[in-house]
Every structure is written in C-alpha cells, then in structure tokens.
Design a protein around this ligand. Structure first.
Ligand code: FE2
Length: 195
C-alpha cells in the first residue's frame, strides 16, 4: 500500500486526474525509468498548490518530508535555507531525479573516487535525472530560500557518503575557480531546455 502525503491525494469532488503515474503507486517492487522520474519531479515542482502549503524553510536545519513511498519510488520535498547543503553522497545504486520548484541550488558532482568533477546550477523549473552511479552534493549558496523535489527508484536504498567529508571538501577546493565557473555558466544556459 503506497504512502501518500495528503497534499498528493486528488480531490474526488473536483474530479481531478490522478497526479501520479500508475507505476509510481505499485505494490510490486520495481524500478521507474529515469525519464519518468525526471518528468514526475518536474510535474510536481510545477504545481505549487501541492508543495506550497507543505514546504518549510528553517534556518536551523534542512527541512524535508516524504511525499510518496511505494514499492517502486519515493518522492521527497526539501526546503533549503541559504547556506544549507548535503554531504557528498550517492543514492545506494538507485536512479534519481531532482526538480527545482523555487529558487536555485548548486550541485557539485563527484566521481566514484569522491573527487569533484563539475558544478552545475539548477534554477526554478529545471529538472535533472541521476544515474545509479551518481555522486553529488547539493547546496543553496544563494541569498534566497530554495525548494526542490526529489525522486528515487527503487526506494529506500541507503545512501553512501564520502569516507571523510573533509577529503571531499579539500578536493573541491582544489578545482580551479575558473573551471567551475565555466561549467556552471554552460549548464545555467541549458537548464531551461531540460524542462
Ligand atoms: Fe542526492
């Protein structure tokens, strides 16, 4: 039986269409493909009536809640106060997707040796899929709050973290600023096309 946040339950009185693809509500274990995950997060991010009444942004900690848990996928809503970030992590082999509902976040991407390879900026309306081997850190380095929606399939695989976050930070600091800026600029330009 999938667990649904009340915000995701369609109002039968309004005859609203189901918000989620049937495969996302399955009781049978399985994996949702990357394009579907990305489209799911993008669609939810584009519906502020879903997430606006739910989202919180807290200065003392990153805020999050799960919107959906089924046998095939989990969906999370995350609020980012300026300065908040994740540790460097993977998703335990799950496929993933992230869409920006408001604001902007930066994503530092790492290789399997926990060495930073590039930085991408994701702005409101952009959505991106993550392969099973994806390693990253997401951060709000701006001055405004940000809201993102994430989906992972299969659900509830334990994340793995860089052996020492300090090592990852040291490697990140070693990347020339100009290289990071060049990557960020190129991806900002293409971000809108992903929606
Ligand atoms: Fe992640």
């Amino acid at each position: 039986m999938p667990l649904l946040h009340p915000a995701l339950i369609a109002d039968p009185a309004r005859h609203t269409e189901p918000l989620l693809p049937t495969e996302c509500l399955s009781d049978e274990p399985g994996t949702i493909d990357l394009a579907t995950l990305r489209d799911l997060t993008a669609a939810l991010a584009g519906m502020p009536r879903i997430w606006r009444p739910v989202i919180h942004h807290r200065a003392d900690r990153r805020w999050y809640t799960r919107l959906l848990l089924s046998a095939t996928v989990e969906v999370w809503l995350i609020g980012w106060y300026p300065g908040q970030q994740t540790e460097v992590h993977d998703h335990g082999g799950a496929l993933g997707a992230m869409a920006v509902a408001e604001g902007r976040v930066e994503e530092d991407r790492y290789d399997r040796n926990w060495t930073i390879t590039r930085v991408r900026e994701h702005v409101t309306g952009s959505a991106v899929g993550f392969s099973a081997a994806h390693v990253h850190r997401v951060a709000n380095r701006g001055l405004e709050v940000a809201t993102t929606i994430h989906a992972y399939s299969p659900p509830e695989l334990p994340m793995r973290f860089a052996p020492t976050q300090n090592d990852a930070d040291v490697r990140a600091a070693a990347v020339p600023t100009t290289a990071v800026a060049a990557y960020a600029g190129r991806d900002v330009a293409s971000a809108g096309a992903t929606r």
